[in-house]
Design a protein around this ligand. Structure first.
Ligand code: NAD
Ligand code: UGA
Length: 464
């Protein structure tokens, strides 16, 4: 079967970029991305393509090319579902904050709402694609809802997890290591559905890079990939602490072990801790699933990745306090970067939030500069923690538009995000305008020690 109309529910970091690329590469398919968030849809529809709600290098150009040709953004979810032959569900699946599984399990309420809406609205056969990251066997629950409340419509459910990373989303989508499609490969209809999605990706992805599996393998592969990736970061971060005690340098260790082709060199960059909306959420979900099957050793093994990451963030913050003569009370600390990594405006679970919170608890004054994160977002992130009143967050934290205003008169500067522009700053000027001794903490191994020490900084970098 040939797909003519695609609907994607969820116009976020995954739905937006993924559908923009599908629309660009498949001009004969109409792609409609829908969301209940009116502001988000309005931003996608903004006449000035630079105002789209997600910052990703290269994305605005693709949106510009496809928008209003075969790429549409709308809040009319029902209409888009009705028209589509293929529906991607790309809504958020955050960690549950209530009830059974609170703090661990994935909250599937948005997924279930989508399924019920699809069941209610559909009058023709549909292929429903799980794009969101979901616990293994979610497709079973989806099928139950769709088959029991539908109008005699045939639904095929596919799992097609997304592996893009923020900041490199466009490149990851255009040149994926692999595309994974899980489907009911034991039936003709299931195989047809898988083929229909294979045909969409085949517009630009080599057939050999499109992997088809059963649904459960596909669902579990996504959680596994994120767990392995996060585990590498926690592994190198664990070593960073040992490096600091022994005179070894974590970058040298990472290079040496990474040159072993069995280990590989990628994803071994020590940091102040991984952030982002998914690693922690997906590992907690994995831990919850393992526990629910009574697999306590499996659960404990993966939970350690999170424990290590929390330790790394805390350790970085407590080292600032310790180095500043055991008190930061009333001291101005400048944080360069708030996003969870460079080249994104996303701040979800960013290490900077937790470091700031720790320092605020020690009564520090915080000033933040990030090239892509808005002031309101910084406050929203801190308010969400509920550690102090919203008023106090605004009194004690300021967010500025310029790195030199941020660092001026500060006791310490901490690099929280590895934005390229931080390498190019006039560090001599920064040093001259800081209080002395001028402390510089590099949570990303972004800066060169020698040149900074030459200027006069008291320099501390993770893992050396
Ligand atoms: P997001 O929060 O940026 O976007 C989700 C969107 O879905 C929101 O705009 C929300 O308003 C919308 N939504 C929720 N319920 C809806 C409903 N019933 N009808 C219409 N719209 C609805 O989330 P995201 O970062 O795009 O992640 C989505 C999924 O993809 C998650 O499961 C995540 O784990 C997974 N994922 C994310 C990334 C990433 O880099 N962010 C990468 C791979 C996979
Ligand atoms: C991650 C995965 O890389 C994607 O494959 C996956 O699709 C996505 O999660 C998801 O499911 O949401 P993302 O979180 O966008 O992507 O970004 P990463 O590049 O993985 O970085 C995650 C965090 O780890 C960042 O805070 C980053 O700074 C940190 N990190 C990464 C390190 O500290 N060291 C490294 O070597 C790599």
């Amino acid at each position: 079967m040939k797909i003519k109309n695609i609907c994607c529910i969820g116009a976020g970091y995954v739905g937006g970029p993924t559908m923009a690329v599908i629309a660009q590469k498949c001009p004969e398919i109409n792609v409609t991305v829908v969301d209940i968030n009116e502001n988000r849809i309005a931003a996608w529809n903004d006449q000035d393509v630079e105002n789209i709600p997600i910052y990703e290098p290269g994305l605005s150009k693709i949106v510009e090319e496809a928008k209003d040709r075969n790429l549409f953004f709308s809040t009319d979810v029902d209409a888009a579902i009705d028209k589509a032959d293929m529906i991607f569900i790309s809504v958020n699946t955050p960690t549950k904050t209530y009830g059974i599984g609170k703090g661990m399990a994935a909250d599937l309420k948005y997924i279930e709402l989508c399924a019920r809406q699809i069941a209610r609205v559909s009058t023709t056969d549909k292929i429903v694609v799980e794009k969101s990251t979901l616990p293994v066997r979610t497709a079973e629950a989806l099928k139950n809802i769709l088959d029991n409340t539908g109008n005699g419509v045939n639904f095929q459910i596919l799992s097609n997890p997304e592996f893009l990373a923020e900041g490199t989303a466009v490149d990851d989508l255009l040149n994926p290591d692999r595309v994974l499609i899980g489907g009911d490969i034991d039936t003709d209809k299931g195989r047809d559905a898988v083929q229909a999605l294979v045909d969409v990706y085949s517009h630009w992805v080599e057939r050999d890079n499109i992997l088809t599996t059963n649904v459960w393998s596909s669902e579990l592969s996504k959680l596994t990939a994120n767990a392995f990736l996060a585990q590498r970061v926690s592994s190198i971060n664990a070593m960073s602490e040992l490096c600091e005690k022994t005179g070894a340098d974590v970058n040298e260790v990472a290079k040496a072990v990474g040159m072993d082709s069995r280990i590989g060199s990628k994803f071994l960059k020590s940091s102040v801790g991984f952030g982002g909306s998914c690693f922690q959420k997906d590992i907690l979900n994995l831990v919850y699933i393992a526990k629910s099957f009574g697999l306590n050793e499996v659960a404990d093994y993966w939970e350690q990745v999170i424990i290590m990451n929390d330790h790394q963030k805390r350790r970085f913050a407590s080292n600032i306090v310790k180095t500043l003569f055991n008190t930061v009370s009333g001291k101005k600390i400048a944080l360069l970067g708030w996003a969870f990594k460079k080249d994104t405006n996303d701040t979800r679970e960013s290490a900077a939030i937790y470091v700031a919170d720790y320092l605020l608890n020690e009564q520090a004054e915080i000033v933040v500069y990030d090239p892509k994160v808005k002031k309101e977002q910084v406050y929203a992130d801190l308010d969400y923690l509920n550690s102090r009143s919203e008023k106090e967050n605004r009194q004690r934290v300021s967010v500025v538009n310029d790195p030199y205003t941020c660092t001026k008169d500060s006791h310490a500067v901490a690099v929280m995000t590895e934005w390229d522009e931080f390498k190019e700053l006039d560090w001599k000027k920064i040093y001259n305008e800081m209080l002395k001794p001028a402390f510089l903490f590099d949570g990303r191994r972004l800066l060169e020690r020698d040149t900074k020490e030459e200027i006069g900084f008291e320099f501390y970098a993770i893992g050396s």
